[in-house]
Design a protein around this ligand. Structure first.
Ligand SMILES: [Ca+2]
Length: 597
């Protein structure tokens, strides 16, 4: 019931694969360039082998439980994972599309993977249903054991087999995934209990892949025996002929056995695909997809009710096979010549049916070279420039044009830059160069530094003639003080200069106060302001007219002693640094009293 439900839901309407990250098309080619099969096949399970180059194992879940297939209309397709091995990067999946067109190269279905939340929907019975006449399908990929029922039948009949003397060494490389190896001396084999499904009431097809270690007569690959070790020996069987080099397909009808022997003489150590078909008119045997012998036969196959055996005769050890069997099947139908041809073309190690729409070739390291996109940032900001240069042996950043601080650590892929202050939008071009084994590759990044922080704008007062007796105060008017206060650089730096007259000065409250001029003359007062950006300088001149008979030194003595600096007439300070008060406007930095040379 579960099978019917699954087919009904999976084939009914387009499935939602929006949560799957990856997909690729799986193409089926039945033209002469491919499997070379002219007729359409319905209900044919397609073997899809996955390997590196066609499939990225690291993108799928480690158990392959996120694998999905859909037809070209988006309907989910039944499939069974025979093997999914992300370590060795091989997988075999059986997929059941509704039909395969003969002599066509444009048909395809889709493979999806890459969904961490997905759970497995792999199902043998959905791919090998009773409706498809599969009575037993043994992939033989299990670990070798004698555990009851360990050798699984993928068909919906569940004709699971039990190993006889099978060991861990019995699981070996097959034509499709792994296979069961039998040692005749050790009496190894696989026994499947009698079940009505395994007795054909009409037509019959037996299929095996075999690789013989030691050739000898009558060794059994797949079959059900007579009810005792006596003539007619088999209900049905694929077995070595009397020479040990060919294969008999034998069946008993009305308790009389007859065999058709293939024409091909086989070689030990080589894989062969062997199929026996009974259709009520003929017994036929196919080797590697080609008809290789026929015998006329009519009637119903006798039912002896015995276990089916793989790799041995079910009733004794006299016909133990020495070799490997893979993908053994019993079908309650006569498979057609084209079905068998397609099976061989699909399952042979150098299969001819399936192709992938190739992934783009893996890019070389240098294709991975990339510099960050051009960008624009506010002045004074920090910026990381991240370049990509896989496989490079070294890196260098440099400044090609525009203002920029020295690059402290240029030999990295990610350059951390502190962008300078600018007076207007300004471009800086950085160049990233990566060294590879075969040379170097460079790329430029243009960073536009956007003007964002105002520089101080100010005026100096026009000063009247100074007689030297009073204290002369020079105070700038910062016309955009509020904007600077609100910016990310609110601290204004003051740098004063004085020349022309020797004079004392004192700094405070955003102003410079002068006293004690030594003589008359023209005194020049200069001021430069900045808030870590552009420095703006202005100056103003004062006419100093010291009255005759008055000692200016005495007049301003108390002030001069309490303050700090004395400038000589050439602008050089006579006393070193006084206090650098910033008690004036909040956010006003300490002054820099700076000489004019
Ligand atoms: Ca197998």
């Amino acid at each position: 019931m579960a099978i019917t439900a699954m087919l009904g839901t999976s084939l009914g309407s387009a499935a939602d694969f929006s949560q799957w990250m990856d997909s690729t098309r799986v193409r089926l080619n039945t033209t002469s360039a491919g499997a070379n099969v002219a007729t359409d096949q319905a209900g044919f399970p397609v073997l899809v082998r996955l390997a590196t180059g066609d499939f990225i194992f690291s993108e799928a879940k480690s158990d392959g439980s996120d694998i999905r297939f859909a037809d070209s209309a988006g309907n989910a397709l039944p499939f069974e994972l025979e093997r999914f091995d992300p370590v060795n990067k091989v997988a075999e999946v059986w997929v059941l599309p509704p039909a395969i067109k003969g002599n066509a190269s444009t048909q395809w279905f889709k493979l999806y993977w890459g969904n961490a939340a997905a759970t497995s929907v792999s199902s043998g019975p959905a791919v090998f249903p009773a409706a498809g006449n599969f009575a037993g399908v043994w992939h033989l990929g299990e670990n070798g054991s004698t555990t009851a029922g360990a050798y699984k039948d993928a068909s919906s009949y569940g004709n699971h087999g039990t190993g006889a003397a099978m060991t861990a060494a019995s699981d070996v490389a097959g034509t499709v995934g792994t296979a069961a190896a039998f040692n005749a001396v050790s009496n190894q084999g696989i026994l499947i209990p009698a079940n009505a499904s395994l007795h054909p009431t009409g037509n019959l097809t037996l299929e095996v892949w075999i690789k013989t270690t030691t050739q000898a007569q009558y060794k059994r690959y797949l079959g059900r025996p007579f009810s005792s070790v006596a003539d007619p020996w088999n209900e049905y069987s694929l077995e070595a002929d009397v020479t040990g080099t060919k294969v008999n397909f034998s069946i008993s009808i009305a308790n009389v056995q007859a065999s058709v022997t293939c024409a091909t003489a086989m070689t030990a150590g080589t894989w062969y695909h062997v199929v026996g078909v009974y259709d009520g008119a003929e017994q036929r045997i196919y080797v590697n997809g080609t008809l290789d012998g026929t015998v006329a036969r009519t009637g119903t196959v006798s039912d002896f009710g015995q276990s089916l055996a793989i790799g041995k005769y079910a009733l004794d050890n006299g016909s133990n096979f020495d070799g490997v069997v893979d993908e053994a099947r019993v079908s309650r139908a006569a498979r057609s010549a084209d079905w068998i041809k397609l099976s061989y073309a699909n399952q042979r190690p150098d299969q001819k049916l399936v192709g992938f729409e190739r992934f783009p070739a893996a890019p070389s390291c240098q294709v991975h070279f990339a510099t960050p996109a051009d960008t624009a940032v506010k002045e004074g900001a920090q910026l990381d420039l991240a370049a990509q240069a896989d496989c490079a042996t070294g890196y260098t950043w440099m400044v090609v044009s525009g203002p920029s601080p020295h690059l402290l650590d240029p030999e990295v892929k990610i350059l951390h830059v502190a962008l300078p202050r600018v007076a207007r939008d300004t471009a800086i071009v950085y160049r990233f160069t990566a060294g590879f084994g075969g040379g170097a590759q460079s790329g430029d990044v243009k960073v536009t530094v956007k003007e964002a922080i105002p520089d101080p704008l100010f005026t100096l007062p026009t000063l009247p003639t100074w007689n030297g007796k009073s204290v002369l105060v020079v105070k700038p008017t910062v016309t955009n003080a509020a904007a600077i206060q609100a910016s990310s650089e609110p601290v204004i730096h003051y740098a004063w200069s004085v020349s022309g007259v020797s004079v004392d000065s004192a700094w405070g409250a955003g102003q410079l106060a002068f006293s004690n001029p030594a003589q008359s003359g023209s005194m020049t007062v200069g001021l430069c302001l900045d808030n870590r950006g552009a420095v703006t300088c202005k100056q103003t001149a004062v006419n100093v007219s010291v009255a005759v008979g008055v000692s200016p030194r005495e007049a301003g003595a108390s002030f001069a002693e309490a303050s700090g600096d004395r400038w000589d007439a050439k602008g050089r300070m006579q006393r070193a640094k006084a206090e650098t008060a910033s008690s004036a406007a909040a956010k006003t930095d300490a002054t820099h009293l700076q000489a004019i040379h």
